[in-house]
Design a protein around this ligand. Structure first.
Ligand code: KG4
Ligand code: ZN
Length: 358
């Protein structure tokens, strides 16, 4: 099966081609165009993102097909992110995918963006397949998911306020670093003294039990406030910046690593899959790997291109659903929010004839 994937949920216009069957899927091409314009505003401006997608989508898709050495008639299914994300941005991808599918007589399938993240690692590591524990950490989401099988997603915990990437970005702003700030904090923290600022580990209490509300959940707003107070109290931010960055990063990482360890241990998983932009953080990967070694679990961390938003993971998730005969019809819509695992497909090839072929 040959799948063209399209991703426009936030500020990356991306298209990719994957092919294969079951878990033997090969990435044939991946084009990612990041919208740099948002740096000026210190955050993604939704309307600008939508307009930039409109400009970029056609050449990005053409390039992905060209790099894969395939033509549109060769494609079996077009997979597109339809939730969650910026609704205007999502609509560009969904509308373009529908137009392409209608014109070429191809079926279309909507993919949940977070499900795409779960599949990203399987394109790089043959072993990054269920059953596994997943930590999805991006600018918009922080979720701990138990994945006994593809398509079966049990959300164990999530953030109660800021996403991990959002916390990185906000702390970076407090320290006068550029947006998006995650990698700048990581770089600065490398030179930081770990014992100068020791912030409380959010949502980590001694004696927490598996049934407790906060056993898997995380929260970063208190940590962010603690950093703000440290910044305000500093007489010389030039001198203290690296130590504050280190203190913040250590607190956030320790919290996430401990929650992942708990999840893997409780569900007896031997594999842990990371995804989302924050999974690019090497200190995070190192700490999770160290903690999971005790449990005997292997940690799979993606390369930067597959950790951040990309269409290869969308094509890969689309392939899974398409192989099961799922399809969407022309009523496929974009949604700003949609729970992971909620079935969005409007038809299956066995029960309903697809609009493109009818
Ligand atoms: O997955 P992503 O590209 O986009 C979405 O939010 O969906 O994630 C972007 C986030 C930003 O908040 C960025 O600061 C963070 O990932 N990030 C990092 C690192 N690289 C990117 N956070 C910590 N350390 C990094 N090295
Ligand atoms: Zn994402």
């Amino acid at each position: 099966m040959l799948v063209l994937g399209i991703e426009t949920s936030c500020d990356e216009t991306s298209a990719a081609v994957v092919s294969g069957t079951g878990d033997a899927v090969e990435q044939r091409s991946l084009v990612i165009l990041s919208q740099d314009v948002h740096r000026i505003f210190g955050g993604v401006v939704p309307e600008i993102a939508s307009r930039a997608h409109v400009t970029a989508i056609a050449p990005v898709v053409s390039q992905a097909l060209r790099e894969a050495n395939v033509e549109l008639p060769d494609v079996d299914v077009i997979a597109v992110t339809n939730a969650p994300g910026l609704v205007g941005a999502l609509l560009v991808g969904v509308s373009y995918a529908k137009g392409l599918a209608l014109g070429a007589g191809k079926p279309i399938i909507g993919v949940h963006h977070m499900e795409g993240h779960l599949f990203a690692q399987s394109l790089e590591h043959a072993n990054a397949v269920p059953p596994f524990t997943a930590l999805l950490v991006s600018g918009g989401h922080t979720m701990l998911v138990d994945v006994p099988a593809w398509g079966d997603y049990r959300i164990l915990g999530a953030t109660r306020d800021d996403a991990a990437g959002e916390a990185f970005d906000k702390v970076a702003k407090l320290l006068g670093l550029p947006y998006p700030g995650g990698r700048h904090i990581e770089r600065l923290a490398r030179d930081g003294n770990p014992s100068h600022f020791r912030f409380a580990r959010p949502m980590l209490r001694r004696n927490q039990q598996p049934g407790d509300d906060d056993y898997y959940d995380v929260s970063f707003s208190g940590l962010k406030t603690a950093v703000l107070l440290a910044v305000q109290a500093s007489q010389d931010l030039e001198r203290d910046g690296a130590d504050i960055a280190r203190g913040f990063q250590d607190a956030l990482i320790e919290t996430l690593a401990e929650k992942v360890r708990r999840a893997a241990e409780q569900h007896d998983r031997r594999r842990v899959v990371l995804s989302g932009g924050v999974a690019c953080n090497q200190a995070l990967v190192k700490e999770i790997t160290a903690r999971l070694a005790d449990v005997g679990a292997e940690v799979y961390a993606p390369s930067v291109r597959l950790a951040t938003d990309n269409a290869a993971m969308i094509a890969r998730a689309g392939l899974f659903h398409a192989e099961r005969g799922e399809r969407d019809d022309w009523s496929l819509n974009a949604f700003a929010s949609l729970p992971l695992g909620r079935k969005t497909h409007t038809s299956t090839s066995t029960s309903t004839k697809h609009a493109a072929s009818s």
